[in-house]
Ligand binder design. Structure first.
Ligand code: HEC
Ligand code: HEC
Length: 417
């Protein structure tokens, strides 16, 4: 009797063990196969791709010209463009750190408003430039910097003179029009922004020639920047594996914590991250108020950015060469202070690895603090805010953090498709 009992107990135990092992074995795979077709479509839309570079840079006819890319690469590293002769783009956008500034956390835009230098990997896939979006093309962004007293403190005449004397010989095809500019008889500094009187004295024809060469500087630098792309991350390979239906491979690419973090990221009920951080760069290209500034304190937010952009002589309404598709961006620009006050550009989440601090002003020291910010954002009673608190438990915050860390870390430098 007892022997029968013992034998059947053993049998039940063995069956249970087999069942457990079967479940355990398929569990990891099943976590990865539980995505619906709709989920996979969303994941696909986040997979990194360079497909849009040409489309987003239609106003730059030099984008794919080899000589412009090479000229742009040299100009990016050239301190000779700056007023002091000591500062290059690469001084603040350090190539070894994802083209951002890891030395000083913020850079003074004006004495009251500090902005952090963002990384430039994938920058050519953006629609707007600077945290307040005060430039509408990558090439015109560079021109703002050269003439900004706080950055390169130069002038367009000075920059064009440097361009023609240093590069005119080696890049003669690109810089043919240097020949038409009288560089000897004119003062060192002249631009509508710096040494205004010198600029006016140049005469309309010279001014026009100098402007066109100044634009060549911007377009060449932009052509170089368009080649700076973030590395493929484990997340991208994960999406590839899912799309192929290869769940076994998918299971090797994200661990359970990272996968749970991804699910939270996509969850519009709990976090809503995906509402703003979407597309291949994890940025919707929009401007939102996420409670990162102090009401009443002077700010370079989207409200100010729109004003500067509409005034800019190099915006797409005012400077249109040839068929670049018109300027719907500015024709339909959102310019309602109720929406733009306290709003900043949604940054990419693919450049976070080298970031010394986070948000436009570098006010949050690490990603943990960013997640905490979204859990308990400041409340501004009199102002519109685009987020509501994301109710996350401590282990969920850890999961989200694990996922964000996957995005910032590349698995290879191979060129994306
Ligand atoms: C003194 C430091 C400094 C120098 C020099 C500098 N930058 Fe920047 N850069 C910054 C800061 C700070 C920002 C962010 C400013 C803002 O958004 O208001 C920025 C923003 C940018 C952006 C916008 C990125 C984005 O995601 O919106 C681009 C592109 C860029 N810089 C390219 C350049 C180029 C090209 C040069 C050289 C012509 C250059 N920078 C020189 C500090 C610098
Ligand atoms: C309503 C749109 C919106 C939502 C929702 C949102 N973000 Fe953001 N995010 C932004 C904006 C705008 C900024 C830039 C704010 C600033 O610089 O002041 C930002 C900044 C960040 C940064 C800093 C990046 C950097 O380079 O400094 C991280 C990280 C981030 N968000 C992650 C998340 C996560 C995780 C979630 C979900 C919990 C989330 N965001 C939800 C709009 C949003």
């Amino acid at each position: 009797m007892s022997r029968v009992l013992l034998a059947s107990c053993g049998l039940v135990f063995t069956l249970l063990l087999i069942l457990f092992l079967m479940f355990h074995h398929t569990h990891a795979g099943s976590m990865h196969s539980m995505w619906s077709d709709d989920d996979i479509a969303v994941l696909r839309s986040l997979r990194f791709s360079t497909q849009d570079v040409a489309d987003k840079n239609r106003s730059n006819e030099l984008l794919f010209r080899e000589d412009a890319i090479e000229l742009g690469r040299r100009l990016f590293h050239d301190t000779g463009l700056s007023g002091s002769g000591k500062v290059a783009c690469a001084s603040c956008h350090r190539p070894e750190d994802g083209y951002q500034d890891t030395q000083s956390i913020t850079y003074q835009l004006d004495p009251d408003a500090m902005h952090r230098a963002p990384g430039l990997l994938g920058v050519a896939l953006q629609d707007w430039f600077f945290w307040d979006g005060r430039a509408d093309s990558l090439w015109s962004q560079a021109l703002v910097v050269i003439e900004s007293p706080m950055e390169m403190a130069s002038s367009r005449l000075y920059a064009v003179r440097h361009l023609c004397t240093q590069y005119g010989g080696n890049f003669s095809e690109l810089l043919q029009s240097c020949r038409g500019v009288d560089l000897s008889a004119v003062p060192v500094h002249a631009s509508p922004r710096v040494a205004d009187e010198n600029w006016r004295n140049l005469g309309a024809e010279q001014r026009d020639k100098i402007n066109k060469l100044f634009v060549v500087i911007g377009k060449s630098i932009a052509a170089f920047e368009a080649g700076l792309m973030p590395p493929i991350s484990r997340f991208d390979l994960y999406v590839d594996a899912l799309v192929e239906g290869n769940h076994a491979r998918a299971a090797t690419l994200l661990d359970e914590k990272e996968l749970a973090g991804l699910k939270l990221f996509l969850n519009t009920q709990i976090t809503g991250c995906i509402n703003c951080h979407n597309g291949p760069m994890f940025s919707s290209s929009g401007f939102f108020a996420v409670a990162t500034d102090t009401p009443g304190k002077p700010e370079h937010d989207r409200q100010r950015g729109v004003g500067i952009l509409l005034d800019s002589e190099f915006n797409c309404l005012k400077w249109d060469e040839g068929d670049s598709g018109g300027c719907p961006k500015l024709q339909y620009i959102k310019n309602d202070p109720a929406e733009t006050t306290g709003a900043y550009k949604v940054p990419s989440l693919r450049n976070l690895r080298h970031a010394p601090a986070f948000m436009h002003d570098g006010s949050l020291p690490n990603l943990g603090a960013v997640i905490e910010h979204y859990r308990t954002p400041a409340i501004f009673p009199l102002r519109h805010i685009d987020i509501r608190p994301a109710a996350m438990l401590p282990h969920q915050r850890e999961q989200l953090l694990a996922f964000l860390n996957v995005l910032g870390t590349g698995v290879s430098r191979q060129e994306p498709q």
